[in-house]
Write a protein that binds this ligand. Sequence first.
Ligand SMILES: [Fe+2]
Ligand SMILES: [Fe+2]
Length: 256
Amino acid sequence: MTTAHPALDPRLFGEGPARDERFTVREVWADLENYPDGTPERDHEFLHRQMNEEMCVMENAARSLAEFPDADWSVRKGLARQCADEARHTMNYHRLFEKRGGTLGQYPVLNFQYRLLGKINTLVGRLSVQNRSFEADGLDAATHARDEARASGDHELADMYDAQQADEVVHIRFANEYIKAQMAKHPRIALDMARALSQCAEAFAQVFAGGGTDVEKYGVAVEARLEAGFSPEEVDMAVKMSDERRAAVRARLGIA
Ligand SMILES: [Fe+2]
Ligand SMILES: [Fe+2]
């Protein structure tokens, strides 16, 4: 059962996914355990947080498969493969987290991806938000984290990110291909996409209020995004938006 939170507009958030009693579920970023950047606690907590995110992505792909039984075979095959991949990502984070001294449920988790996707009622809308936005951001993050882990000599972590990055490229690409094909047949779906993205932006701002979007360390993984089926113009736009966002965060935090 999902608890209501005063900062969240119930029109933008559906029920949360099932989690057993080992997990403490929170509804907004500020209620998580947010350790300072560059501390071992942050790195350790991140494995647990990301494990749960991967689980939400798996649950979203599974729910889309169940709720859109008449969608084209190619996109259903993509979603089915995604379920298997995200389950593997979840288990990879789980394994590494425990190996590094963690206990399942040690930190609170957030299921916002699952909750907000539940209020988007078209498949193109869901793929626009989950695969083309969240996973594309995740691709930038995983690419950066891989290079950082490799440079610090943590090859076990770098290898995990490397494998994950390759899978995320495929998840974004099948969504891009499906959306492009649908757009050629029904140009009006652009409205569904726009509606889903603005709904997502509003929900995201509510969940991450108070600093949860202050990412200024890394930019867009240009090559990986091109490989994932974004056009050069879309990648240029993403770079521009990311540069502006990071400049604004740096200005706010007083970083030169
Ligand atoms: Fe994943
Ligand atoms: Fe993915």
